[in-house]
Design a protein around this ligand. Sequence first.
Ligand code: RIB
Ligand code: CA
Length: 348
Amino acid sequence: MRGEPCRLSNFVGRVSKSDTHGMKPMQRILLDTDTGVDDALAILLALNSPELRVEAITSVSGNVHVNLCTRNLLMTLEAMGLSEYPICAKGESQPLVKPLVTAAHVHGSDGLGDVTQLLRDDGSRLYPDPKPRVAAIPAVDLIIDLAGQYPDELVLVPVGPLTNIAKAIIKHPARMRRIREIVLMGGAFETYGNVTTTAEFNIFADPHAAQLVLDFGVPVTVVPLDVTHQVILTGKHLDAEIGERGDRLSQFLRDVTRATMEYHQSNERFYGTYIHDALPIGLLTHPEFFETVEAFVQVETSSDLTQGMTIADLRSERPRPKPNAQVCVGVNAETFLQHFFDRILQLN
Ligand code: RIB
Ligand code: CA
């Protein structure tokens, strides 16, 4: 079961998402993040995707504590030089049941590649703390409010632990049933985990929240490591795309990805970074880049050895229990990566 990541070519005959979705009208989304480096890249892509209306961006503890994730989210928006901001709201600091685990060793102690430690010649910070643009409303209440404001329209895109989503469901299940779809980054099915042998970070960090979301009944699409590990942003590719550009965004891209590229150089022998959280954004705007299958997905919530493991039988020839999710099993990595650059650098 667990071995080489799945390749698009392995899924001849799989249902391409575009077979069922085709061209899509503008979609309203709420992006729920534990900003982190790849969350920041997802924010850049989402806000440069005309197919999406980003109604709000919320934060949750994950890669680092939610206080830092919230600051990092705002710093990312400032790096974009936006004239107007989506609503930003701070979310939950602790998982439903487990104690908080973070991934600062990957994303830097500040959660954003340690850019907050970069100084100008005069000793001032290259990336100062952002202006306080956080809404007074907690993220869980904002999610519930927007679900009511846009019934059957709002798509939730959680790319961190699912704590905020689960708490919104617990607090107001009737309202949350009006969510159109949940497209989440998380899980690992036919590949190894990235926290333990079997578990991917977002699910591992709050497995009880993940199981609750999967049990709830709103359509869920899971974008797991099986596909996100196929899309690597290398230092060489970044240099080729931004070259000597001196604009603020290009500098931010170099600075924010450096720490994770160095981490992967030391630990996975490539100088580059995964862009996990950008893939759910791409799946919404360009489903033709991806393959998904229906599956019955469960989460291990009790075993010490395999806690946070996502379990589903993806073999097409096997009889399956009633599916509770679509699982993304293939991606055209090269096409998506070029699309990512074209959009965030606003090349087209
Ligand atoms: O396992 C990858 C996921 O965990 C990404 O969302 C990354 O940002 C971290 O949250
Ligand atoms: Ca994340």
